[in-house]
Design a protein around this ligand. Sequence first.
Ligand code: MOS
Length: 751
Amino acid sequence: MTARFVRTQKEMEGRYEDVWALVDESDDVRTWAPDAELSLVGQPAPRFDGMVRATGRARYTVDVRLTGMLHAAVLRSPAAHGRVRVLDIEAALAAPGVRAVIGPESELSLTRSSPLLAAEPGYAGQPIAVVAADTLEAALEGVRALALDIEVLGHVVDAREAVNEHQFIGEPADDSRGDAEAALAASEVTVEVSISTPAQLQTPLEPHAAVASWDGDELIAWVSTQGMFAARDELAAAFGLRKDAVRVRTEFVGGGFGAKQGAGFEALAAAELARITGRPVRLVNDRHGEMLDGGRRFSTQQTYRLGATRDGTLTAIEAEAVLAMGQGGWAMPTLVPARTLYRCADVGALSFPARTNLRPVNAFRAPGVMEGTTVFEQAIDELAIALEMDPLELRRRNHADVDQASGLPYSSKQLLACYDRAAELAGWDRREELRTRTGDGLLRGMGCATQIWWGGGGPPSHATVRLDAEGNAYVVTGIQDIGTGTLTSAQIVAAEELGLPLARVRVVGGDTRHNVYGPVAGGSQTTPSVMPAVRSAAAKVRKTLLQLAGDVFEIAAEDLEMANGRIRSHDGAIDAHVTEVTEKLGNATIDGSGSRGPNPDGFVVHTFGCQIARVAVDPGLGEVRVERIVAVHDVGRIVNPLTASSQVEGGILQGMAFALTEELVVDPTTGVPVNGHLDDYKVPSIADVPEIVIDYAHVADQNLPNTGTKGLGEPPIVPTAAAIANAFAHATGRRAAALPLTRSQVLETLA
Ligand code: MOS
């Protein structure tokens, strides 16, 4: 292989970093042409592990049981802010079956930049100590024996109060351009909208979990994580190990949604307890622990002032966001929609990351952008109302042809086509007829919203393919499938490139032992990062196979092609099963490795889309029912329409719940969450699912290597809540000052 290094930009959820990308000069795989005739890519294929999952044979981290394994239980802070007065570690160690206890004074906690276990917890649910025992019951008894006594200190959970007291995580940010204030003053039409959005919990069905086991100086850890390589690196650093002395296994994950991007507290604590005891240790959050400490979106208070000309050209945007950060986290890009969604030169953008006594925020599916879109797109609708203009028409009129922040062109953008297709599928032209009262006494309305997000992926990402004598391919990836079916996408791409049927391609991931790197399954980057590497690796194997076939059939390799498991010559004279060549390999294999190339210079890579919601509101009961959602997204080429539709449906349901029911409610007097259980924190059930109609722009991104695919994990959640809120306003003529649109919120809004 001839290789060179190039510097390229890598994006993850709106944060850019420069990375070195390894470019393989022998890789001559070009992006499929827009009209390429592909036999498997773009065709719906069930997950190859669907039966394993559906029959309960899939082993998730919570299912791992090892010989001699201990169980860990966590003591969490009952107070939003406090100081530990009594923690009786000796008593816990003396409890029956208890093998080890770690607390704020333990070595692992003290050597970290932020303590793993807190002597002065800053939020309710923060871990203070962990007990490992022969059984979970014994571990829970050990936790009780700790007899925690805590001095309760003052707390702040109201983000406005924190802002007034200048309590921030980092600094307030000013991302303004131009002069929004002057532009607003000069605008012919202006509107102002202030709306708050709820703290939403990721609520994965499999909670955060880890099982750690030492073998001499080597650590093996099963971790329920979106990033097994990140987890490996974190564990290696924490325990002073070489990276290859840590093996992380993440075969099946019961959801993460952003909350599981590394080793997590769970793997670090389990590994430390396993080190102390010499026994495997299992640490699984109980549901209440998961709801208190698994993660959350920040709640926000956002204000937008928009200015426009009479004919609907945006002339000014002033945006302000207060973000309830809790004790840490990063200030996710809430004002990116205001800054980039539409063409506008004068944009004011101020955000205030408030420090409160809540759990640190972590990533949750399209973090920041989803919250920002939810309010900004309602402000755009208010502008349409003020202008007496069709809301979709207003959006079309202010379409951004280039990235508004950088001035760079997009690698691809099919947003206008998404508007057209969504309008057609939703029956947008009959929107006003919905408001005619029908016999059921419900108020109906239809609303739309635009989606923007990143999702271009990037290097590094690698794959290997090995073809054996029986003509079967073995693909190794660094993917940890968090439930999306992405391993099946890799199977499709490898089979397409190899010219083999799906059944002849086996794909593995979920294990760092192969040292075939894949990125964290976040930022909608897995498909656009990993699939090009898989295709490159498969292309090398195909090339070698055809060379060997040329020897066997005494013909030039260029005159041969692979399709559906057969090797054919262009003139039709040769038509042989692949095994006629591979059987001669004996126990040898044909190997290829591939890596993801750099992103194109001079382009900004984004995904786009439009969703349209139809709702029915019961004005007497305050109930909002989402009847139908149309979603049309531009995510480049679709690899597997079946799993793609699962992504869209999942994103829409989470977005719908953000709009209607989900909210972590915190008691202001104690600072303690009051609905940290699944019975009072309302995630949607099957009975809440509306009709969901899905389509795509179906235009491959020709600037991306080499499959033309963009990511789809996050785009679908971005516009859903805004579309629903706009439909609610259309139905009722009122706009709620806060989401979620619970019955009390609706009745208050309509009163
Ligand atoms: Mo990120 S919310 O893990 O895609």
